[in-house]
Design a protein around this ligand. Sequence first.
Ligand code: 8YV
Length: 322
Amino acid sequence: MTKLDVDLLVMTQMREYVLDQLEARFRAHKLYEASDPDEMLARIAPDIRAIATGAHKYVDVALMDKLPNLEIVSNFGVGYDNVDAKSAGTRGIIVTNTPDVLSDEVADTAIGLMINAVRELPQAEQFLRAGKWKSGEYPLTQNTLREKRLGIAGLGRIGKAIAERAESFGLSIAYYGRTNQNIAYEYHDTLKGLAEHVDILISVLPGGAATDKAFNAEVFSALGPTGTFINIGRGSAVDEAALIAALENGTIRSAGLDVFAKEPHVPDALLALPNAVLLPHVGSGSVYTRNAMGQLLVDNLTNWFETGKPISPVAETPFPKT
Ligand code: 8YV
């Protein structure tokens, strides 16, 4: 492995597996370790040609303005709402993410959350651990996956991996997305329309302005009193206050959430709800999958500087340019 003559800004703590490779291939400047990040940036800004970043570490116009020689931003995660990719595109800066390698893991987590929320498995375990079984059986669940309709909001690579799995459960599948993909699943062009039609609604929607609070009181009301809402996409796509109210009032029956609007903060009102199953954003969180994501982050950077081509550029920064 030859060391490249490239200065890389590392904006967030990466696992050793990733950081070791970045340090072996680049002059890596760890912004997150700097006692005075502004001073560090001012000192190295003209040298920086690449950024490695991840969730909640923002690459915005203000930062891009400071880095006149920036060529590429490699993001850890398929979601890249932390990067202003549109502005990067207009400046000729490539943005890459880590699609595909996490789709199966995230789809597995979505299915796990769905079963847990519908069949109340975490609550049943709490019941057992609290010693309540000796006094009687756990109540039968009102919900089941039998004869139910599943709606998937966002039928991209992860959404399709969820749909494939859901088919084997006998669920009938419908979806919402910006475009009708003309496939075997029923298409709805609004979230409300999809919510009205299904029993379980899974969101795989990305973050960003276009989806901000898209799941609102109206959508939960359309999902209805026997409905279950699952979120594996981004918390910002949900009006959390409306979701809490819907769970409290019985507007919907249950929810399973892996993502939240202000991670790692989870509202107390959600924590208090017995009909919400909550996970700390672990959708892709296995060593196997995080390694694959990290490798893709590294490979995007090394490919760019060795061959002039990124592996997985995002839609806003296509390569070659369209
Ligand atoms: C990441 C995710 O693991 O890929 C994404 O968009 O949300 C997760 O899979 C997370 O961003 C890393 O912290």
